[in-house]
Every structure is written in structure tokens, then in C-alpha cells.
Ligand binder design. Structure first.
Ligand code: ATP
Ligand code: MG
Length: 585
């Protein structure tokens, strides 16, 4: 997949937060990051304090913290001072309702201001925050609240009626439900009108002093490979949120930062709330769903400087065409990054052509709590590579041998992507699944479940999830490689590749392709794509079969669910599909 390396010019990197990767790796220490935080008396800390109050105390309270864009385009602004007051009120509301330190507060909300106030107000009160996608149905909502033992839920009347009321009986711990659009409820059936409570509450609150190891967040994984796991994160994770925001996303005070992820999954919380606010930037939140024109308008009108998005969105922008960018002034944009799925080299190159800078792919997981491997502002980008480990993070390619895991150092050898445990935002448990948690650790390593390679320059390359690797006629084939080759074809908008059992080859490669507008599924196009793949990959690796789909099944966080393509193909049970989003075949 050799694509030309995108070299960084001196002008592009001169003002970046990390001028030289090797130098930073040499001098980085978590103790320095810790020392850079405000903390609370007695060696305590609180994520909410680092995110909001410290800025107010430092005299920056009038800076814009959050600009919320409603579906109808109306803008609402919150300064750091505004957020301090609103989150204090929310924390007082929790106290009044008897929601204590350590209790679990869930949200089931779209991207509305109350969601952001809930995240930070909950942390301020020392309670644990757990987000859910507003699009979840009653069953996923129930499962998540059961696992975490939800005490309180913040939602809307409509979402409550549709998704919570039907399963409320099964949640005896849930003592209060706060409705953001309530009509005067005052505790009947545990329902409360949040606005009324907020008005009655004081706007001063003494932030709960927490220990680094105190639980702060409960994040469920995306459910791409199976039933979602509840990863426990602690207040000390804020060290990593802040440092990675600075180093991997190059955030600086004065930046206008837009993370397009929904706080229903970890990216929307770690990098859609905590990292930007701890770094003192202005964050943009758009209530609406993806729309190419709207997104370009936001980038232009808000003068976004740092933009963090995901491969699915980038592919949709590519599908919408570069013409939409013509005539727009996107000169404020300085840094673009992507996470969540492998980013096809094609998308990196496209970004470079259209925006004059590449998308910087980075890799992490719900379990890691923060970015672990990244392409940096000052580092040359090899399209298709995830980049290099963050300073302070040790990543390796390992092979398991008799209950141990050994690092393999041969360039481009495929193995399991592993991390040396001990960074601050590492999960502390899979709630209620101790055995599953223990299995993640082998020898000295945390095993990610992904397969990757490292090249001679230290760049990491994603191969596939361990479950998705295809073994065909003696070859190990990562779906990403095949998908990326097909994505080079002008007709391909989206590609998912799986292996199917085959008597002679062991497995054969099958590809599902969604087409760009203007292309019709036909036998001819099918042959052309097969031919293109064969030319790019050779006959052993190229798909044997290609089928066209309007859409591929994806999780709510936008990940292609290859296991579902496979289950459907083989007529097997679909397994847990609680996070399934688009399902049009
Ligand atoms: P589950 O664990 O429930 O199956 P999931 O692994 O998709 O779901 P997340 O924690 O949201 O849940 O996603 C992390 C995974 O996403 C990684 O392990 C990896 O497979 C994939 N991923 C994230 N970023 C990248 C990237 N830059 N390149 C390739 N894969 C990525
Ligand atoms: Mg996972």
C-alpha cells in the first residue's frame, strides 16, 4: 500500500506543541504532567476542576468554553464561568436528591448543553458518569444501567417514554430520573423537572476532592466484535486526557476545536469534553447529524482550527465530493485527526489534496481511555499508518507463547498490538467481568485484540482485529489492506471485507462494496473492481467475490461490523447487535 510519505514543512510544524518526537519521548514523564495540573488540596484532584474551575480561578473565566449549535443553526455560548455555575448547580441537584459520591449517573441525551453539564456536574459531585447513545433502544439502555447499577438518569420526556419507561421496573436502583424538558415533575415516580431543580439550586459547590484511583467514568465499548464491555476509568485519567490533547491533537489556548464524536462513546467524552476543556480551548458541539454542507459551513463559520473526526465521516465527505469545499475559506484549519477505524490511505491523501493537510490517524480504544498511537503535527505522515506511540506509552508487536507474550521486532511482522500497562487512563476493570479483564493481560503486556505491524522507522500499521484476520491458502490477510485497495477505485464509497470458510483455501476473501453516487452496480463494474484488486494485491490476497450493498452495517460510533456481514453470510446468529446503526442492505 505504498503511498508517498507526506512531508511536514517547517512552516506547518514550527508552532506545534511537540517540535520533535524523539526529543519529547526522551524527556516525557507522567510526573511532569501531574505537576502541570491544578489538583485539589491534600493531593486530591477532580476532572471537573481541571476542566473548568481551574481556568476560572486563573482568571480565564470569560473565555468561551462551549459553543453549541442547535439543529436549527442557533448558537448558544457558554464561558468557563457559565459552565462553572451550571455544573455547580447540577452537583447541588444531585446532592439534594441523595445521589452520593461514587453513585452512577447516566445520560440518555442527544448532543444538547445539558449533556455536557451532566458530565461535568456529575464528576464535580464525585459521582460516576456513564453515557448512552440517545438512539439506543430499551434493551441496550437496560443492560448498561443494570451493569453499572444506575442511581440517576438524565434524559428527555420523549426518550424516557420510549426507552426507559418500558424497562423501568427492572431497575430498582434507579432512584431519580431528571428530565431536561420536564413539566414541573417533583419526584412522582422518581421523575424530576431538571430545570426547576437547577433554578432552585445554588451556583456554588465545593468540588468533591477525589483520589487518582477513584472511579470517574464508565464507558461501554462499541460492541463491534461482540457484547459491549463496561470499562472503568478513574479521575487520574485526566493526566492522559490533557497530555494527549496537547501532544496528539496539538490543542492550544485560543483554539476552536471540533470533535464530531457523540459523547455516547468514549471519544465524545475523552476528546469531546475532557481533553479540550482541560487544555482551555473553545469546543464546538453540533446537535445535528452528519451533513456534508453543514459540516463545511461549521468549519468555515466557526473558524475551526483543530478538527477530530472519524473514517466513516471522512468517507462520507469524500462521497459528497470535493466540489463542496470550493470557494470556502477554511484557512483557519490547522490540524485534522481521525480515530475509530482504520483510515484508508486514500482518505489521508484526499485530505491533503482538498484541505492542504493530511488527516492524522490515531489509534486507541475504550479500554485505553486516551490516544495511544498517533500521527503528530510535526511528524511526516505515511498514509495508512497509525503513527507512533505517544510519549509515555510503550507499544509493541507481540506473539503469545505458552501463557507469555514476547515482543517481535522484525519490521512489518504481523503480531498482536500490545501496550505496557501503567498509563493513567488505562481501564481499571471491565465492570462485573473480572475474568474477561484478566485475559487482556499476558506476561508484561496489555493485549489490545488488534493485529498490527511496525516498520523500520517505528511507525505502526493496523492489520485488522484479531477476530477478523483471514487465513487463505497459507496467507494471512488483514481486511484493512483489501478494503484500502478497493477504496482506491473511484466507484467505491465504503468497503467491508471478510473471510468465508472454504474447503481448499481454508478461507476465501469476500468484499462488500457501497458505491458513490453516479455509479451503478453492474456485472461490468464488479469485474472491474475484482480486476483492480487483483492488480493491486495479487490473486492470493484479492477478493474472490464482490457484492454491492447500499450501506454496510455499522455501530453507532461508525464502525463497520464485519462480524455481522459474516454471520449473515453464513446464516449464523447475529449476536449482540445493541449498537447497530444503519442496517439497510
Ligand atoms: P468491542 O470491543 O465492543 O468489540 P470496539 O473495539 O469497536 O468494540 P472501541 O473501544 O470503541 O470498541 O474501539 C476500539 C477499536 O477500534 C480498536 O481496538 C480498533 O480495532 C479500532 N480502532 C480505533 N482506532 C483505530 C485506528 N486508528 N485504526 C484502526 N483501528 C482503529
Ligand atoms: Mg474492542
Amino acid at each position: 500500500m505504498a503511498r508517498e510519505t507526506i512531508r511536514k514543512t517547517e512552516a506547518a510544524t514550527k508552532h506545534s506543541n511537540m517540535a520533535d518526537y524523539a526529543v519529547e519521548v526522551g524527556r516525557f514523564s507522567w510526573a511532569d504532567v501531574r505537576a502541570g495540573l491544578a489538583g485539589l488540596p491534600g493531593g486530591k484532584l477532580n476532572i471537573a476542576h481541571e476542566a473548568i474551575d481551574r481556568h476560572v480561578e486563573a482568571g480565564n473565566g470569560d473565555e468561551l468554553a462551549l459553543r453549541w449549535i442547535a439543529k436549527n443553526g442557533t448558537r448558544t455560548d457558554f464561558t468557563y464561568k457559565d459552565l462553572r455555575r451550571a455544573t455547580a448547580r447540577f452537583a447541588n441537584v444531585l446532592r439534594r436528591l441523595g445521589v452520593a459520591r461514587g453513585d452512577r449517573v447516566y445520560s440518555l441525551l442527544g448532543r444538547v448543553p445539558e449533556l455536557y453539564i451532566t458530565v461535568l456536574g456529575t464528576l464535580k459531585a464525585g459521582s460516576v458518569f456513564s453515557p448512552m447513545f440517545s438512539a439506543f433502544g430499551p434493551e441496550p439502555v437496560k443492560a448498561r444501567m443494570e451493569i453499572g447499577g444506575a442511581s440517576a438518569l438524565v434524559t428527555s420526556k420523549l426518550l424516557y417514554k420510549r426507552k426507559v419507561a418500558p424497562i423501568r421496573q427492572a431497575l430498582p436502583n434507579l432512584k431519580c430520573v431528571l428530565l431536561i424538558d420536564g413539566d414541573g415533575q417533583a419526584g412522582e415516580d422518581g421523575l424530576w423537572d431538571l430545570q426547576l431543580l437547577m433554578q432552585a439550586a445554588g451556583d456554588e459547590f465545593e468540588t468533591e476532592p477525589m483520589d487518582e484511583e477513584d472511579m470517574a467514568l464508565l464507558h461501554f465499548t462499541s460492541g463491534t466484535t461482540g457484547k459491549p464491555k463496561g470499562a472503568v476509568h478513574v479521575h487520574g485519567a485526566v493526566f492522559a486526557h490533557k497530555a494527549t490533547g496537547r501532544i496528539a491533537l496539538d490543542m492550544k489556548p485560543g483554539d476552536v476545536y471540533w470533535c464530531t464524536a457523540d459523547p455516547g462513546w468514549v471519544t465524545g467524552t475523552s476528546y469531546g469534553v475532557i481533553a479540550p476543556l482541560t487544555n482551555g480551548v473553545t469546543m464546538i458541539v453540533d446537535q445535528a447529524e452528519f451533513d456534508a454542507e453543514r459540516w463545511y459551513s461549521i468549519l468555515e463559520d466557526e473558524k475551526v482550527t483543530v478538527w477530530y473526526t472519524a473514517p466513516t465521516a471522512i468517507r462520507m465527505l469524500m462521497k459528497a465530493g470535493a466540489d463542496l469545499v470550493k470557494g470556502r475559506d477554511l484557512s483557519s484549519l490547522r490540524f485534522m485527526a481521525s480515530v475509530g477505524e482504520p483510515l484508508n490511505p486514500e482518505a489521508v491523501v484526499w485530505g491533503n489534496e482538498v484541505f492542504g493537510m493530511p488527516f492524522h490517524d490515531n489509534w486507541w480504544q475504550t479500554e485505553t481511555g486516551g490516544i495511544m498511537i498517533a500521527n503528530y503535527a510535526s511528524m511526516d505522515v505515511k498514509p495508512g499508518s497509525m503513527g507512533k506511540p505517544l510519549p509515555g506509552i510503550i507499544a509493541a508487536i507481540v506473539k503469545r507463547t505458552n501463557g507469555d507474550a514476547q515482543e517481535i521486532t522484525d519490521p512489518m511482522a504481523i503480531g498482536e498490538l500490545a501496550l505496557k500497562p501503567g498509563w493513567p487512563s488505562m481501564m481499571r476493570a471491565y465492570l462485573g467481568e473480572e475474568e474477561r479483564y484478566r485475559k487482556c493481560f499476558v506476561g508484561d503486556w496489555y493485549i489490545s485484540g488488534d493485529l498490527a505491524m511496525r516498520d523500520q522507522d517505528g511507525y505502526f500499521w493496523f492489520v485488522g482485529r484479531a477476530d477478523d484476520l483471514i487465513k487463505s491458502a497459507g496467507h494471512l490477510i488483514g481486511p484493512f489492506e483489501v478494503e484500502s485497495a478497493l477504496m482506491e477505485h473511484p466507484a467505491a464509497a465504503e468497503v467491508g471485507v471478510i473471510g468465508l470458510p472454504d474447503e481448499t483455501a481454508g478461507e476465501i476473501v469476500k468484499a462488500y462494496v457501497a458505491l458513490k453516487p453516479g455509479f451503478e452496480a453492474s456485472e461490468e463494474l464488479n469485474l472491474e473492481l475484482l480486476g483492480h484488486a487483483r492488480k493491486r494485491l495479487g490473486p492470493a490476497v484479492a477478493p474472490k467475490e464482490i457484492v454491492f450493498r447500499t450501506n454496510l452495517p455499522k455501530t453507532r460510533s461508525g464502525k463497520i461490523m464485519r462480524r455481522l456481514l459474516k454471520a449473515r453470510e453464513l446464516g449464523l446468529p447475529e449476536g449482540d447487535i445493541s449498537t447497530l446503526e444503519s442496517d439497510e442492505q
